[in-house]
Design a protein around this ligand. Structure first.
Ligand code: NAD
Length: 473
Protein backbone atom coordinates (compact mmCIF):
# COMPACT_ATOMS: atom_id res chain seq x y z
CA UNK A 1 0.00 0.00 0.00
CA UNK A 2 1.34 3.42 -0.95
CA UNK A 3 1.67 6.03 1.73
CA UNK A 4 -1.06 8.01 -0.03
CA UNK A 5 -3.41 5.07 0.61
CA UNK A 6 -2.84 5.10 4.37
CA UNK A 7 -6.11 4.43 6.10
CA UNK A 8 -7.13 7.07 8.60
CA UNK A 9 -10.64 6.64 9.86
CA UNK A 10 -12.19 8.87 12.47
CA UNK A 11 -14.14 7.59 15.44
CA UNK A 12 -17.88 8.13 15.09
CA UNK A 13 -19.47 9.51 18.25
CA UNK A 14 -23.02 10.85 18.19
CA UNK A 15 -23.21 10.31 14.43
CA UNK A 16 -20.25 12.61 13.75
CA UNK A 17 -16.50 12.15 13.38
CA UNK A 18 -14.94 12.84 16.78
CA UNK A 19 -12.16 15.46 16.82
CA UNK A 20 -8.79 13.78 16.38
CA UNK A 21 -6.21 14.33 19.10
CA UNK A 22 -3.45 11.78 19.46
CA UNK A 23 -3.39 8.73 17.25
CA UNK A 24 -1.47 5.48 16.95
CA UNK A 25 -0.06 3.35 14.16
CA UNK A 26 -1.71 0.17 12.88
CA UNK A 27 0.68 -2.29 11.24
CA UNK A 28 0.14 -4.72 8.38
CA UNK A 29 1.29 -8.05 9.83
CA UNK A 30 2.30 -9.30 6.36
CA UNK A 31 4.79 -6.49 5.79
CA UNK A 32 5.42 -4.94 9.22
CA UNK A 33 4.62 -1.56 7.64
CA UNK A 34 2.14 0.98 8.89
CA UNK A 35 -1.19 0.74 7.03
CA UNK A 36 -3.14 3.30 8.93
CA UNK A 37 -3.65 5.30 12.08
CA UNK A 38 -6.44 5.20 14.64
CA UNK A 39 -7.45 7.76 17.27
CA UNK A 40 -5.79 7.21 20.64
CA UNK A 41 -8.67 8.10 22.90
CA UNK A 42 -8.94 8.37 26.66
CA UNK A 43 -11.47 8.83 29.44
CA UNK A 44 -12.94 12.09 28.15
CA UNK A 45 -13.73 10.60 24.73
CA UNK A 46 -15.17 7.48 26.34
CA UNK A 47 -17.41 9.61 28.57
CA UNK A 48 -18.57 11.56 25.51
CA UNK A 49 -19.41 8.33 23.65
CA UNK A 50 -21.28 6.83 26.61
CA UNK A 51 -23.15 10.07 27.19
CA UNK A 52 -24.47 10.31 23.59
CA UNK A 53 -25.34 6.60 23.65
CA UNK A 54 -27.25 7.14 26.88
CA UNK A 55 -29.10 10.11 25.39
CA UNK A 56 -29.95 8.15 22.23
CA UNK A 57 -31.30 5.23 24.26
CA UNK A 58 -34.57 6.97 25.17
CA UNK A 59 -35.91 7.28 21.63
CA UNK A 60 -34.16 4.19 20.23
CA UNK A 61 -35.64 1.90 22.87
CA UNK A 62 -39.09 3.47 22.57
CA UNK A 63 -39.53 2.18 19.00
CA UNK A 64 -41.79 -0.77 18.37
CA UNK A 65 -40.36 -4.12 17.41
CA UNK A 66 -41.03 -3.71 13.68
CA UNK A 67 -39.10 -0.41 13.61
CA UNK A 68 -36.11 -1.96 15.38
CA UNK A 69 -36.22 -4.85 12.95
CA UNK A 70 -36.34 -2.50 9.95
CA UNK A 71 -33.36 -0.53 11.29
CA UNK A 72 -31.35 -3.75 11.73
CA UNK A 73 -32.25 -4.79 8.19
CA UNK A 74 -30.93 -1.44 6.93
CA UNK A 75 -27.68 -1.94 8.87
CA UNK A 76 -27.32 -5.43 7.39
CA UNK A 77 -27.80 -4.08 3.86
CA UNK A 78 -25.15 -1.41 4.48
CA UNK A 79 -22.59 -3.97 5.62
CA UNK A 80 -23.33 -6.05 2.54
CA UNK A 81 -22.99 -3.01 0.28
CA UNK A 82 -19.50 -2.34 1.71
CA UNK A 83 -18.40 -5.98 1.96
CA UNK A 84 -15.48 -5.70 -0.45
CA UNK A 85 -14.06 -2.59 1.19
CA UNK A 86 -14.36 -4.05 4.69
CA UNK A 87 -12.65 -7.28 3.58
CA UNK A 88 -9.66 -5.32 2.26
CA UNK A 89 -9.30 -3.36 5.48
CA UNK A 90 -9.44 -6.59 7.49
CA UNK A 91 -6.74 -8.20 5.36
CA UNK A 92 -4.47 -5.17 5.61
CA UNK A 93 -4.67 -4.84 9.39
CA UNK A 94 -5.42 -8.41 10.50
CA UNK A 95 -3.35 -10.35 7.97
CA UNK A 96 -5.86 -13.05 6.95
CA UNK A 97 -6.15 -13.57 3.19
CA UNK A 98 -8.93 -12.03 1.15
CA UNK A 99 -9.46 -15.50 -0.27
CA UNK A 100 -10.55 -18.87 1.21
CA UNK A 101 -11.77 -18.79 4.80
CA UNK A 102 -10.33 -15.28 5.06
CA UNK A 103 -11.63 -11.73 5.14
CA UNK A 104 -14.28 -12.00 2.40
CA UNK A 105 -15.60 -15.03 4.23
CA UNK A 106 -15.51 -13.10 7.52
CA UNK A 107 -17.57 -10.24 6.10
CA UNK A 108 -19.94 -12.74 4.44
CA UNK A 109 -20.40 -14.30 7.88
CA UNK A 110 -21.03 -10.87 9.40
CA UNK A 111 -23.77 -10.20 6.85
CA UNK A 112 -25.35 -13.62 7.43
CA UNK A 113 -25.31 -13.13 11.21
CA UNK A 114 -26.68 -9.61 10.97
CA UNK A 115 -29.51 -10.80 8.71
CA UNK A 116 -30.37 -13.74 10.91
CA UNK A 117 -30.30 -11.65 14.10
CA UNK A 118 -32.56 -9.08 12.44
CA UNK A 119 -35.16 -11.81 11.93
CA UNK A 120 -35.14 -12.97 15.55
CA UNK A 121 -37.59 -11.70 18.14
CA UNK A 122 -38.41 -12.16 21.80
CA UNK A 123 -42.18 -11.74 22.05
CA UNK A 124 -43.88 -11.30 25.42
CA UNK A 125 -45.00 -14.57 27.02
CA UNK A 126 -48.15 -15.14 28.97
CA UNK A 127 -47.17 -17.26 31.97
CA UNK A 128 -50.65 -17.45 33.43
CA UNK A 129 -54.11 -16.31 32.37
CA UNK A 130 -56.93 -17.51 34.64
CA UNK A 131 -59.31 -16.34 37.32
CA UNK A 132 -56.34 -15.64 39.63
CA UNK A 133 -54.97 -13.16 37.12
CA UNK A 134 -52.79 -12.68 34.09
CA UNK A 135 -48.99 -12.84 34.34
CA UNK A 136 -46.89 -11.64 31.42
CA UNK A 137 -43.14 -11.86 30.88
CA UNK A 138 -41.60 -9.12 28.79
CA UNK A 139 -38.02 -8.34 27.89
CA UNK A 140 -36.66 -4.85 28.25
CA UNK A 141 -33.46 -3.39 26.82
CA UNK A 142 -30.67 -2.62 29.26
CA UNK A 143 -29.39 0.79 28.16
CA UNK A 144 -25.86 1.35 26.86
CA UNK A 145 -24.04 -1.84 25.89
CA UNK A 146 -20.23 -1.75 25.88
CA UNK A 147 -18.72 -4.11 23.33
CA UNK A 148 -15.05 -5.08 23.63
CA UNK A 149 -13.63 -7.14 20.76
CA UNK A 150 -10.40 -9.06 19.98
CA UNK A 151 -8.16 -8.94 16.90
CA UNK A 152 -8.90 -12.30 15.28
CA UNK A 153 -12.29 -11.60 13.61
CA UNK A 154 -12.70 -7.85 14.11
CA UNK A 155 -15.76 -7.26 11.93
CA UNK A 156 -17.61 -10.51 12.51
CA UNK A 157 -17.30 -10.31 16.29
CA UNK A 158 -18.30 -6.63 16.34
CA UNK A 159 -21.44 -7.60 14.41
CA UNK A 160 -22.08 -10.49 16.84
CA UNK A 161 -22.12 -7.89 19.63
CA UNK A 162 -23.76 -4.88 17.98
CA UNK A 163 -26.70 -6.39 16.08
CA UNK A 164 -28.38 -8.21 18.98
CA UNK A 165 -27.88 -5.11 21.15
CA UNK A 166 -29.62 -2.91 18.56
CA UNK A 167 -32.30 -5.48 17.78
CA UNK A 168 -33.40 -5.48 21.43
CA UNK A 169 -33.42 -1.67 21.73
CA UNK A 170 -30.03 -0.93 23.30
CA UNK A 171 -27.46 1.59 22.17
CA UNK A 172 -23.77 0.72 21.83
CA UNK A 173 -20.21 1.86 22.42
CA UNK A 174 -17.82 -0.56 20.71
CA UNK A 175 -14.10 -0.78 21.37
CA UNK A 176 -11.94 -2.86 19.01
CA UNK A 177 -8.52 -4.31 19.77
CA UNK A 178 -5.60 -1.88 19.31
CA UNK A 179 -4.21 -4.39 16.77
CA UNK A 180 -7.24 -4.16 14.45
CA UNK A 181 -9.16 -0.91 15.02
CA UNK A 182 -9.53 0.28 11.42
CA UNK A 183 -12.20 -2.13 10.16
CA UNK A 184 -14.38 -1.36 13.20
CA UNK A 185 -13.97 2.41 12.75
CA UNK A 186 -15.16 2.01 9.15
CA UNK A 187 -17.93 -0.46 10.11
CA UNK A 188 -19.38 2.03 12.60
CA UNK A 189 -19.12 4.86 10.06
CA UNK A 190 -21.11 2.72 7.60
CA UNK A 191 -23.72 1.78 10.20
CA UNK A 192 -24.19 5.44 11.05
CA UNK A 193 -25.31 6.15 7.48
CA UNK A 194 -28.63 4.51 8.39
CA UNK A 195 -28.83 4.88 12.18
CA UNK A 196 -29.85 7.88 14.28
CA UNK A 197 -26.89 9.71 15.91
CA UNK A 198 -25.60 8.15 19.11
CA UNK A 199 -27.04 4.66 18.61
CA UNK A 200 -23.68 3.08 17.69
CA UNK A 201 -20.42 4.78 18.68
CA UNK A 202 -16.81 3.67 18.64
CA UNK A 203 -13.75 4.43 20.72
CA UNK A 204 -10.20 3.27 19.99
CA UNK A 205 -6.98 3.40 21.94
CA UNK A 206 -3.58 1.73 22.14
CA UNK A 207 -4.08 0.34 25.69
CA UNK A 208 -0.84 2.04 26.84
CA UNK A 209 -1.42 5.26 28.74
CA UNK A 210 -5.12 4.54 29.22
CA UNK A 211 -7.04 1.26 29.11
CA UNK A 212 -10.40 1.95 27.50
CA UNK A 213 -11.70 -1.59 28.08
CA UNK A 214 -11.01 -1.38 31.80
CA UNK A 215 -12.72 2.02 31.97
CA UNK A 216 -15.74 0.67 30.08
CA UNK A 217 -16.03 -2.30 32.45
CA UNK A 218 -16.30 0.07 35.41
CA UNK A 219 -18.30 2.85 33.72
CA UNK A 220 -21.44 3.73 35.70
CA UNK A 221 -23.51 4.49 32.59
CA UNK A 222 -22.74 1.25 30.76
CA UNK A 223 -25.30 -1.42 31.68
CA UNK A 224 -23.72 -4.44 30.05
CA UNK A 225 -20.37 -5.52 28.72
CA UNK A 226 -20.18 -8.07 25.95
CA UNK A 227 -16.56 -9.11 25.84
CA UNK A 228 -14.72 -11.47 23.52
CA UNK A 229 -11.08 -12.05 24.32
CA UNK A 230 -8.69 -13.91 26.57
CA UNK A 231 -9.61 -15.58 29.87
CA UNK A 232 -7.28 -13.32 31.87
CA UNK A 233 -8.82 -10.12 30.51
CA UNK A 234 -12.33 -11.55 30.87
CA UNK A 235 -11.66 -12.10 34.56
CA UNK A 236 -10.53 -8.48 34.87
CA UNK A 237 -13.74 -7.33 33.19
CA UNK A 238 -15.79 -9.40 35.61
CA UNK A 239 -13.99 -7.95 38.62
CA UNK A 240 -14.38 -4.33 37.55
CA UNK A 241 -18.02 -4.83 36.50
CA UNK A 242 -19.08 -5.86 40.01
CA UNK A 243 -19.54 -2.41 41.53
CA UNK A 244 -22.06 -1.36 38.88
CA UNK A 245 -23.73 -4.80 38.69
CA UNK A 246 -23.25 -4.94 34.94
CA UNK A 247 -24.74 -7.70 32.88
CA UNK A 248 -21.95 -9.70 31.28
CA UNK A 249 -21.49 -11.94 28.31
CA UNK A 250 -17.92 -13.22 28.34
CA UNK A 251 -16.70 -15.25 25.35
CA UNK A 252 -13.20 -16.27 26.36
CA UNK A 253 -10.38 -18.53 25.33
CA UNK A 254 -10.60 -22.19 24.49
CA UNK A 255 -8.31 -25.18 24.33
CA UNK A 256 -10.59 -27.38 22.27
CA UNK A 257 -9.80 -31.07 22.00
CA UNK A 258 -10.58 -33.28 19.03
CA UNK A 259 -10.83 -37.04 19.60
CA UNK A 260 -10.37 -39.40 16.66
CA UNK A 261 -12.03 -42.73 17.42
CA UNK A 262 -10.48 -45.97 16.10
CA UNK A 263 -13.10 -46.42 13.36
CA UNK A 264 -12.54 -43.04 11.67
CA UNK A 265 -11.40 -42.93 8.04
CA UNK A 266 -8.12 -40.94 7.97
CA UNK A 267 -8.39 -39.86 4.33
CA UNK A 268 -11.99 -38.74 4.75
CA UNK A 269 -11.34 -36.60 7.85
CA UNK A 270 -7.97 -35.04 6.96
CA UNK A 271 -9.36 -31.87 5.37
CA UNK A 272 -11.84 -31.30 8.21
CA UNK A 273 -9.11 -31.85 10.81
CA UNK A 274 -6.87 -29.34 9.08
CA UNK A 275 -9.46 -26.56 8.87
CA UNK A 276 -10.74 -27.34 12.35
CA UNK A 277 -7.28 -26.54 13.68
CA UNK A 278 -5.82 -24.04 11.23
CA UNK A 279 -8.74 -21.77 10.32
CA UNK A 280 -7.49 -18.16 10.54
CA UNK A 281 -4.05 -19.64 11.26
CA UNK A 282 -5.36 -21.21 14.47
CA UNK A 283 -6.17 -17.72 15.79
CA UNK A 284 -9.76 -18.74 16.42
CA UNK A 285 -11.41 -19.21 19.80
CA UNK A 286 -13.14 -22.43 18.80
CA UNK A 287 -10.32 -23.90 16.73
CA UNK A 288 -9.16 -27.41 17.55
CA UNK A 289 -6.08 -26.87 19.70
CA UNK A 290 -5.20 -30.47 20.67
CA UNK A 291 -5.84 -33.68 18.75
CA UNK A 292 -6.15 -37.08 20.43
CA UNK A 293 -5.76 -39.96 17.97
CA UNK A 294 -6.29 -43.66 18.65
CA UNK A 295 -3.18 -45.79 18.52
CA UNK A 296 -4.48 -48.06 15.73
CA UNK A 297 -4.89 -45.25 13.20
CA UNK A 298 -2.49 -42.69 14.65
CA UNK A 299 0.11 -42.91 11.88
CA UNK A 300 -2.45 -42.98 9.06
CA UNK A 301 -4.22 -39.88 10.46
CA UNK A 302 -0.91 -38.03 10.84
CA UNK A 303 0.09 -38.91 7.28
CA UNK A 304 -3.24 -37.83 5.79
CA UNK A 305 -3.27 -34.58 7.76
CA UNK A 306 0.30 -33.69 6.83
CA UNK A 307 -0.38 -34.55 3.17
CA UNK A 308 -3.29 -32.08 3.14
CA UNK A 309 -1.48 -29.36 5.12
CA UNK A 310 1.62 -29.50 2.90
CA UNK A 311 -0.28 -27.95 -0.01
CA UNK A 312 -1.60 -24.91 1.84
CA UNK A 313 -0.10 -21.70 0.47
CA UNK A 314 0.95 -19.23 3.15
CA UNK A 315 1.59 -15.65 2.05
CA UNK A 316 0.53 -12.00 2.01
CA UNK A 317 -3.24 -11.95 2.33
CA UNK A 318 -3.65 -9.43 -0.48
CA UNK A 319 -2.43 -12.08 -2.94
CA UNK A 320 -5.30 -14.21 -4.21
CA UNK A 321 -3.18 -17.38 -4.08
CA UNK A 322 -2.63 -17.10 -0.30
CA UNK A 323 -4.77 -19.42 1.78
CA UNK A 324 -3.24 -18.56 5.17
CA UNK A 325 -1.55 -15.30 6.15
CA UNK A 326 0.91 -14.28 8.87
CA UNK A 327 0.33 -14.43 12.62
CA UNK A 328 -1.43 -11.20 13.54
CA UNK A 329 1.01 -9.63 16.00
CA UNK A 330 4.44 -9.99 17.55
CA UNK A 331 3.21 -11.02 20.97
CA UNK A 332 1.21 -13.90 19.50
CA UNK A 333 4.09 -14.85 17.18
CA UNK A 334 6.45 -15.01 20.16
CA UNK A 335 4.00 -17.17 22.09
CA UNK A 336 3.62 -19.65 19.22
CA UNK A 337 7.40 -19.68 18.68
CA UNK A 338 8.03 -20.41 22.36
CA UNK A 339 5.47 -23.23 22.48
CA UNK A 340 6.74 -24.81 19.26
CA UNK A 341 10.40 -24.59 20.36
CA UNK A 342 9.49 -26.38 23.59
CA UNK A 343 7.32 -28.98 21.80
CA UNK A 344 10.17 -29.80 19.41
CA UNK A 345 12.22 -30.98 22.39
CA UNK A 346 9.42 -33.24 23.59
CA UNK A 347 7.81 -34.60 20.42
CA UNK A 348 8.33 -35.21 16.72
CA UNK A 349 7.80 -32.46 14.17
CA UNK A 350 5.74 -33.84 11.30
CA UNK A 351 5.39 -30.54 9.43
CA UNK A 352 6.66 -26.97 9.77
CA UNK A 353 8.26 -25.99 13.05
CA UNK A 354 10.50 -23.16 11.81
CA UNK A 355 9.24 -19.60 11.59
CA UNK A 356 9.32 -17.79 8.28
CA UNK A 357 10.04 -14.12 7.57
CA UNK A 358 8.48 -11.42 9.72
CA UNK A 359 5.37 -12.78 11.39
CA UNK A 360 4.94 -15.74 9.03
CA UNK A 361 4.79 -19.17 10.61
CA UNK A 362 3.96 -22.27 8.54
CA UNK A 363 1.30 -24.79 9.58
CA UNK A 364 3.07 -26.92 12.19
CA UNK A 365 2.07 -30.40 13.32
CA UNK A 366 3.89 -32.05 16.21
CA UNK A 367 3.18 -35.63 17.36
CA UNK A 368 4.34 -37.52 20.44
CA UNK A 369 3.04 -34.96 22.93
CA UNK A 370 1.11 -35.45 26.15
CA UNK A 371 -1.09 -33.57 28.57
CA UNK A 372 1.27 -31.52 30.75
CA UNK A 373 3.32 -30.38 27.73
CA UNK A 374 2.88 -26.61 27.26
CA UNK A 375 1.70 -26.85 23.62
CA UNK A 376 -1.07 -29.21 24.81
CA UNK A 377 -2.03 -27.39 28.01
CA UNK A 378 -1.84 -23.75 26.89
CA UNK A 379 -4.01 -22.01 24.31
CA UNK A 380 -1.48 -21.56 21.47
CA UNK A 381 -3.87 -19.46 19.33
CA UNK A 382 -1.68 -20.02 16.32
CA UNK A 383 -0.75 -22.46 13.54
CA UNK A 384 0.68 -25.29 15.66
CA UNK A 385 -1.27 -28.47 16.41
CA UNK A 386 -0.13 -31.03 19.01
CA UNK A 387 -1.09 -34.67 18.41
CA UNK A 388 -1.51 -36.97 21.38
CA UNK A 389 -1.67 -40.74 20.93
CA UNK A 390 -4.13 -42.68 23.08
CA UNK A 391 -5.16 -46.31 23.36
CA UNK A 392 -8.31 -46.20 25.47
CA UNK A 393 -11.32 -44.00 24.65
CA UNK A 394 -12.06 -43.46 28.36
CA UNK A 395 -8.55 -42.10 28.76
CA UNK A 396 -9.00 -39.78 25.77
CA UNK A 397 -12.22 -38.38 27.28
CA UNK A 398 -10.48 -37.81 30.60
CA UNK A 399 -7.52 -36.07 28.94
CA UNK A 400 -9.79 -33.91 26.80
CA UNK A 401 -11.72 -32.77 29.86
CA UNK A 402 -8.57 -32.18 31.90
CA UNK A 403 -8.48 -28.45 31.12
CA UNK A 404 -9.72 -25.29 32.80
CA UNK A 405 -11.32 -24.33 29.47
CA UNK A 406 -14.50 -25.68 27.97
CA UNK A 407 -15.36 -23.86 24.76
CA UNK A 408 -15.71 -26.56 22.07
CA UNK A 409 -14.70 -30.09 21.23
CA UNK A 410 -15.04 -32.64 18.44
CA UNK A 411 -15.31 -36.37 17.89
CA UNK A 412 -14.28 -38.00 14.62
CA UNK A 413 -15.75 -41.40 13.73
CA UNK A 414 -17.59 -43.37 11.05
CA UNK A 415 -20.21 -44.28 13.65
CA UNK A 416 -22.28 -41.17 14.43
CA UNK A 417 -24.16 -42.81 17.31
CA UNK A 418 -20.91 -43.84 19.02
CA UNK A 419 -19.46 -40.36 18.42
CA UNK A 420 -22.54 -38.74 19.97
CA UNK A 421 -22.07 -40.81 23.13
CA UNK A 422 -18.53 -39.52 23.48
CA UNK A 423 -19.68 -35.97 22.60
CA UNK A 424 -22.15 -35.98 25.49
CA UNK A 425 -19.31 -36.64 27.91
CA UNK A 426 -17.13 -33.72 26.86
CA UNK A 427 -17.15 -30.73 29.21
CA UNK A 428 -17.65 -27.93 26.69
CA UNK A 429 -20.32 -25.67 25.22
CA UNK A 430 -20.30 -27.01 21.64
CA UNK A 431 -19.33 -30.42 20.28
CA UNK A 432 -19.01 -31.19 16.59
CA UNK A 433 -18.92 -34.60 14.95
CA UNK A 434 -16.55 -35.01 12.01
CA UNK A 435 -15.95 -31.26 11.92
CA UNK A 436 -14.78 -28.60 14.33
CA UNK A 437 -15.68 -24.98 15.05
CA UNK A 438 -18.64 -24.75 12.66
CA UNK A 439 -20.69 -22.15 14.48
CA UNK A 440 -23.98 -20.89 13.09
CA UNK A 441 -26.35 -18.02 13.96
CA UNK A 442 -29.27 -20.25 14.96
CA UNK A 443 -27.30 -22.22 17.56
CA UNK A 444 -26.34 -20.69 20.94
CA UNK A 445 -22.56 -20.56 21.34
CA UNK A 446 -20.64 -20.12 24.57
CA UNK A 447 -18.12 -21.69 26.86
CA UNK A 448 -18.32 -23.59 30.12
CA UNK A 449 -15.74 -23.46 32.94
CA UNK A 450 -13.10 -20.74 32.35
CA UNK A 451 -14.19 -20.22 28.73
CA UNK A 452 -16.86 -17.76 29.70
CA UNK A 453 -20.30 -16.85 30.89
CA UNK A 454 -23.44 -16.70 28.79
CA UNK A 455 -24.03 -17.44 25.13
CA UNK A 456 -24.26 -15.59 21.86
CA UNK A 457 -26.57 -16.26 18.87
CA UNK A 458 -30.15 -17.48 18.53
CA UNK A 459 -32.92 -16.38 20.92
CA UNK A 460 -30.83 -17.41 23.92
CA UNK A 461 -28.06 -15.03 22.87
CA UNK A 462 -30.50 -12.24 22.09
CA UNK A 463 -32.08 -12.56 25.52
CA UNK A 464 -28.74 -11.62 27.12
CA UNK A 465 -29.25 -8.06 25.92
CA UNK A 466 -32.43 -7.73 27.96
CA UNK A 467 -33.73 -7.81 31.51
CA UNK A 468 -36.91 -9.70 32.29
CA UNK A 469 -39.90 -7.79 33.59
CA UNK A 470 -42.95 -9.67 34.80
CA UNK A 471 -46.27 -7.87 34.98
CA UNK A 472 -48.93 -9.32 37.30
CA UNK A 473 -52.44 -8.06 36.50
P1 NAD B 1 -7.37 -9.80 24.86
O1 NAD B 1 -8.06 -10.29 26.07
O2 NAD B 1 -5.94 -9.47 24.94
O3 NAD B 1 -8.08 -8.47 24.32
C1 NAD B 1 -9.46 -8.43 24.05
C2 NAD B 1 -9.96 -7.00 24.17
O4 NAD B 1 -9.89 -6.59 25.54
C3 NAD B 1 -9.16 -5.97 23.37
O5 NAD B 1 -10.07 -5.06 22.78
C4 NAD B 1 -8.34 -5.28 24.45
O6 NAD B 1 -7.98 -3.97 24.11
C5 NAD B 1 -9.31 -5.28 25.61
N1 NAD B 1 -8.73 -5.11 26.95
C6 NAD B 1 -7.42 -5.10 27.31
N2 NAD B 1 -7.31 -4.94 28.65
C7 NAD B 1 -8.55 -4.83 29.14
C8 NAD B 1 -9.10 -4.66 30.44
N3 NAD B 1 -8.32 -4.59 31.52
N4 NAD B 1 -10.44 -4.62 30.58
C9 NAD B 1 -11.25 -4.73 29.51
N5 NAD B 1 -10.80 -4.89 28.25
C10 NAD B 1 -9.46 -4.94 28.05
O7 NAD B 1 -7.66 -10.90 23.74
P2 NAD B 1 -7.07 -10.96 22.26
O8 NAD B 1 -5.64 -11.38 22.34
O9 NAD B 1 -7.44 -9.73 21.50
O10 NAD B 1 -7.95 -12.16 21.64
C11 NAD B 1 -7.55 -13.49 21.70
C12 NAD B 1 -8.31 -14.25 22.76
O11 NAD B 1 -9.71 -14.11 22.53
C13 NAD B 1 -8.06 -15.74 22.73
O12 NAD B 1 -7.92 -16.22 24.04
C14 NAD B 1 -9.33 -16.31 22.11
O13 NAD B 1 -9.59 -17.66 22.42
C15 NAD B 1 -10.35 -15.38 22.61
N6 NAD B 1 -11.56 -15.39 21.76
C16 NAD B 1 -12.69 -15.95 22.26
C17 NAD B 1 -13.83 -16.03 21.45
C18 NAD B 1 -15.10 -16.65 21.96
O14 NAD B 1 -16.14 -16.42 21.35
N7 NAD B 1 -15.08 -17.41 23.02
C19 NAD B 1 -13.80 -15.51 20.16
C20 NAD B 1 -12.61 -14.94 19.70
C21 NAD B 1 -11.50 -14.88 20.53
Amino acid sequence: MEEADMMEFKATIGGKPAPVGADFAVLNPATGKEVGRAPNMGGAELDAAVSVAKAAFASWSAQDDAALQAACAAVTAKIEEHAGELAEIITLEQGKPLNGLGSRWEVGGAVAWAGYTTGLSLPARVLQDNEQGRVELTRKPLGVVGSITPWNFPVMIAVWHILPALRTGNTVVVKPSPHTPLSTLRLVEIMNEVLPPGVVNVVTGDDRAFNLGAAMSAHPDISKIVFTGSCATGQRVMRSAADTMKRLTLELGGNDAGIVLPDADPAAIAEGLFWGAFINNGQTCAAMKRLYVHDTIHDAVCEALVAYARNIKVGDGMEEASILGPIQNRMQFDKVSRLVADAKERGKVLLGGESGEGLFFPPTIIAGLRNGDPLVDEEQFGPALPIIRYSDVEEAIRLANDSPNGLGGSVWSSDIAAAKKVAGRLACGSVWINKHGAIQPNAPFGGVKASGIGVEFAEEGLAEYTDIQVVFA
